[in-house]
Design a protein around this ligand. Structure first.
Ligand SMILES: Nc1ncnc2c1ncn2[C@@H]1O[C@H](COP(=O)(O)OP(=O)(O)OP(=O)(O)O)[C@@H](O)[C@H]1O
Length: 259
């Protein structure tokens, strides 16, 4: 689904040139759940922007679904640390927002509003928010807002879901609840995921593959397959093999930070 071939990305700003990524290569298969971890400022968000076509590589090539990325990628949905829901729209209308923007839904929404509404309500049901569809974002907790944000990123049935630290602002319990929500959505809908996170337990619980990046300029320095069988219960977090995985990822990141 995703291929980065020897990609370098340099930002040119007033303070001169900053090379965020240098000679980075990465492959993510169709339907795979990939996580990207690494020290702060190593270029994780830059990698997300390259894959979604928000920026173009300085050198090298980015491909999504077999085609070179030359502009915004239509098959991608995105969610970020801030839920960014529009306060004047109900939860349902927030979830339906991408349908007003993304082709071909934009052209169909007028005629097929009821069917789309049903789809949005079904999705809200999967994340436990069906009864909150008519509420406003400011009437809901941060975790509920993030659930709605996940629904919004999936309403146009993207093949690729790009998540940049979506649970970082939540408390530990809510975060674990949301891991389960994302696990179930992914298992049900079968999209490809790239999840950027600082939380190594989150990466271990959710991902098939964890890519570790070096300090800036970032590169993938290690790729781990996560072998725990699916569906994974939260109890896997207390498995000694899981703790070993988290420890060794932590050690690897400490090593690349000092290098
Ligand atoms: N638009 C920009 N112009 C100039 N430099 C930038 C720009 N965006 C990012 N950078 C720089 O590129 C480097 C990588 O940034 P990026 O946001 O990709 O890192 P990150 O790994 O996502 O960081 P964090 O883990 O702290 O969220 C940083 O040094 C950052 O300051």
């Amino acid at each position: 689904m995703i291929r980065l071939h020897d990609v370098t990305l340099s930002y040119r700003g007033r303070a001169g040139e900053v090379t965020a990524l240098a000679h980075t290569s990465l492959a993510v298969g169709k339907g795979e759940f990939a996580a990207v971890v690494g020290p702060s400022g190593c270029g994780k968000s830059t990698l997300m922007k390259l894959v979604t076509g928000l920026i173009r590589p300085t050198k090298g090539k980015v491909e999504v679904d077999g085609a070179e990325v030359t502009g915004p990628v239509k098959i991608a949905g995105m969610a970020f640390q801030a839920a960014n829901l529009l306060p004047w729209r109900s939860v349902l209308d927030n979830v339906m927002l991408p349908l007003e923007i993304v082709a071909p839904h934009r052209g169909r929404l007028g005629r097929e509003r009821d069917a789309y509404r049903t789809r949005a309500l079904d999705l809200l049901g999967v994340v436990g928010l069906r009864d909150f569809a008519d509420r406003y974002p400011w009437e809901m907790s941060g975790g509920m807002q993030q659930r709605a944000s996940l629904c919004r990123s999936l309403i146009h049935e993207p093949e690729l879901l790009m998540l940049d630290e979506p649970f970082a602002a939540l408390d530990a319990f809510t975060r674990e609840e949301l891991w389960v929500v994302l696990r179930d959505l992914w298992q049900r809908l079968g999209f490809t995921v790239v999840l950027v996170t600082h939380d190594l337990r989150e990466a271990g619980f959710l991902a098939d593959t964890i890519h570790v990046m070096s300090a800036r300029p970032g590169q993938i320095v290690e790729t781990r397959r996560v072998a725990f069988p699916r569906p994974r219960p939260l109890d896997v977090l207390y498995d000694p093999a899981f703790t070993d995985l988290v420890h060794s990822l932590r050690n690897k990141i400490a090593e690349v930070r000092q290098a």
